[in-house]
Ligand binder design. Sequence first.
Ligand code: BTN
Length: 327
Amino acid sequence: MNNPTPRETILSLFSQTPDGFVSGEHISSKLGISRTAVWKHIRNLRQAGYEIEAIPSRGYQLLHSPDVLMPESIQAGLDCQRVASRVLCFDETDSTNLQACRLGDEGGDDGLVVIADRQRSGKGRMGRRWESPGGVNLYASILLRPPVLPFEAPKLTFLSAVAVCRAITSCTGLRPTVKWPNDILLNGAKVAGLLNEMSSETDQVHYVVLGIGVNLNMRADQFPSDLRYPATSLAIATGQPVSRLDFTRTLLQKLDALYQVYLEQGSEPIMSAWTELCDLTGKLVQVDCNDVQIEGTMTGLAEDGALLVRTKTGKIESIYAGDVRLA
Ligand code: BTN
């Protein structure tokens, strides 16, 4: 991990004290800087939206943190083994997936997380666009270097799907469902999308990027009018705003725990967890695969992650790409 910045150190000191008070003296000795320099950092934090009170003889108290996504507030006290080894937050970027791939090409570490407040060219599946306005949602890409063969890596999509569902339930109590291959739904409306990308050669994965977009506080009027599917956000579904910081931290913890399971036990437990979250199993579905449409009963997932559909003739089709809906 990189050395923490003074701002990161100060915020993590606040998170470590039971009463929320940290003395100026303690900060100055931790950072090896003067009390005047400490005061300047506190002033900068206040300007960034942190509400910090100064009480004579007790020190500084953090009363409120802004709901902006910053590495120091995301990482403070996070209990992860691999995911979030480093976190980068941008006000704006083209696409966090593109950023993470560039960093992956440059040797970025396993567990690196790239987050942006807004994306100019958010990437969706099949060359589609992912609407990415600022200040409301989560756009994150996680760079992983799993020691697996290239054919195994696409199954990591199921890992992100299960992690997103668990984070949604933990933060809101809602019970989302998954739709193959990479949609997260609330009452049939899409609340999150996943786009994994990989760099590999025949027998080696260089890296995988898990791209995750979750509609947290997006309002109905912020969705594009030409969406091909019904969409929602956690705030629309619950009627309450969701803390982007809490959600991001929860999601990274869930991803980390599942990645540990994946590395120790393989993809089977992850795929079973995904199957439990899927309510289309046993139902009649229609799958649009480019120009071909396949209709039949969804029977589950193949070992390699393909969608299995039993057609009217009784033949089981393995589908590797397409859009699924109830027939
Ligand atoms: C989909 O079409 O459902 C996938 C959408 C994936 C969007 C996320 S937002 C963070 C990451 N960066 C991108 O450009 N795309 C993914």
